[in-house]
Design a protein around this ligand. Structure first.
Ligand code: AMP
Ligand code: ZN
Ligand code: FE
Ligand code: FE
Length: 287
């Protein structure tokens, strides 16, 4: 079984539509893929309708959180998408992404960049708008060569010249809300230092004590030493460990299934979830 528990679609800042994503997941030989768009479940319907036979969809989201000024991403799986309190929090974060992106566009204009909100809005389409969309605009304008090159202090990195904060959840609230909605939480890329500051191990321990289910260990932004350290930490804290691609289509270099999750751990995640259940593809309309 090949299981990839972290992927983005055009519902947030990926470049595959949800239907393309599930087709590409099947094409990459995956048995299970989780749709984890930033702060939204907006891609579920399309992904479910297009789900190929032989592929199982795990519904989820990646919730934007902040702890003591450090950005934290919380993967949430198999929660009830209708549960009102968590739905409201997703909406608050998503809604605030628009004025925040406009602020970043304004900062770029002040820096002499010829970017407009209309350009960013076109790139984001219906997706939950984020820095990767702005980064794509900067690539289109020839300001930086790749999306990744926009994530520097000169441009869009945390605290960078054109950076603006958005409303984010307290990760302890996120754990509590997801659990209340029947879901399971996994701290995404907890030691991805190249993205900026990361939370200390003491914070991971505190989250574990508050009900966090697991941490993402096998991820492109973790080197071998980091993975070993995280695995040891997870064993100490009784946390599950996952692996996943964090696929963003052509907006990032990682491929679907580049990192995968152990089937036993996947089984444990599905056993803990009560808000929603993995959906096996019956061969949707695109078959
Ligand atoms: P936002 O949610 O709008 O603050 O944007 C954060 C997203 O930007 C993350 O989820 C990543 O997909 C992307 N990102 C962060 N750091 C980098 C980086 N160094 N290179 C490429 N993409 C990045
Ligand atoms: Zn993303
Ligand atoms: Fe993330
Ligand atoms: Fe992600």
């Amino acid at each position: 079984m090949r299981i990839d528990l972290h992927a983005h679609s055009t519902a947030s800042d990926g470049t595959d539509t949800p239907a393309e994503l599930v087709r590409n997941a099947a094409g990459a030989g995956l048995d299970v893929v989780a749709l984890t768009d930033h702060d939204t479940v907006g891609g579920y319907g399309e992904a479910l309708a297009a789900l190929p036979a032989g592929l199982t969809l795990v519904t989820g989201a990646e919730l934007s959180c902040r702890l003591d000024g450090v950005g934290v991403h919380m993967l949430a799986y198999l929660f009830d998408p209708e549960e009102p309190e968590l739905a409201r929090e997703r909406e608050l974060v998503r809604d605030d992404r628009v004025p925040r992106a406009r602020t970043m566009v304004g900062k770029l204009q002040d820096l002499g960049v010829d970017v407009t909100w209309e350009q960013v809005a076109r790139i984001a389409g219906d997706g939950s708008v984020g820095r990767p969309h702005i980064a794509t605009a900067l690539v289109e304008l020839g300001v930086v060569p790749t999306v990744s090159d926009a994530f520097t202090p000169d441009w869009l990195a945390d605290g960078g010249r054109a950076y603006a904060e958005k409303h984010e959840l307290d990760p302890f609230d996120a754990v509590r809300l997801v659990k209340a909605a029947g879901g399971v939480t996994v701290l995404a890329h907890p030691a991805a230092v190249k993205r900026g500051r990361c939370v200390p191990e003491s914070a991971i321990a505190a989250l574990a004590a508050a009900g966090l289910d697991g941490i993402e260990v096998d991820h492109m932004d973790h080197d071998a030493d980091t993975r070993a350290r995280l695995r040891a930490l997870a064993a100490d804290l009784g946390l599950l460990t996952t692996g996943s691609s964090d696929y963003h289509g052509s907006r990032k270099t990682c491929r679907l299934g580049e990192y995968t999750t152990d089937p036993e751990i996947y089984g444990e995640i599905t056993r803990r979830a009560t808000g929603a259940f993995p959906v096996p593809g019956a061969g949707g309309r695109e078959r």
